[in-house]
Write a protein that binds this ligand. Structure first.
Ligand SMILES: [Zn+2]
Length: 113
């Protein structure tokens, strides 16, 4: 979590240490979700496209440096993220585009990413 400076409540602005494990504000309750405030200077130097391309993980865990968790055991046992893209000439013709890339989210049962 070296790339995360702190977590900040969207309602009251109270700040939390990223290592606290908090996802909501202790004062505001469940409505006080915490924004992740990044250290963009650190990100520029460490989280480069080259560094990311060298990671072997094909799931959201490849972005662990940007997530407010440090323990991958919190991840569900499903592969989340990095669902594949396929080129579709059918949709390219339908949308008068040169190319159309379709993301097959149904291939990974998580619904997002
Ligand atoms: Zn709050």
């Amino acid at each position: 979590m070296a790339l995360i400076k702190k977590l900040k409540c969207v309602l009251c602005g109270k700040e939390f240490d990223p290592e606290s494990g908090a996802f909501t504000c202790t004062d505001c309750g469940p409505d006080g979700t915490l924004d992740v405030l990044y250290d963009y200077e650190e990100i520029k130097g460490k989280f480069t496209q080259e560094a990311l391309s060298q990671r072997k993980e094909k799931s959201i865990s490849r972005y662990i440096d940007l997530l407010p968790i440090s323990d991958l055991s919190f991840f569900p046992n499903l592969k989340v993220g990095c669902s594949p893209l396929y080129e579709s000439s059918f949709w390219a013709k339908k949308t008068w585009s040169k190319t159309s890339l379709n993301k097959r989210r149904w291939q990974k049962p998580h619904g997002f990413f």
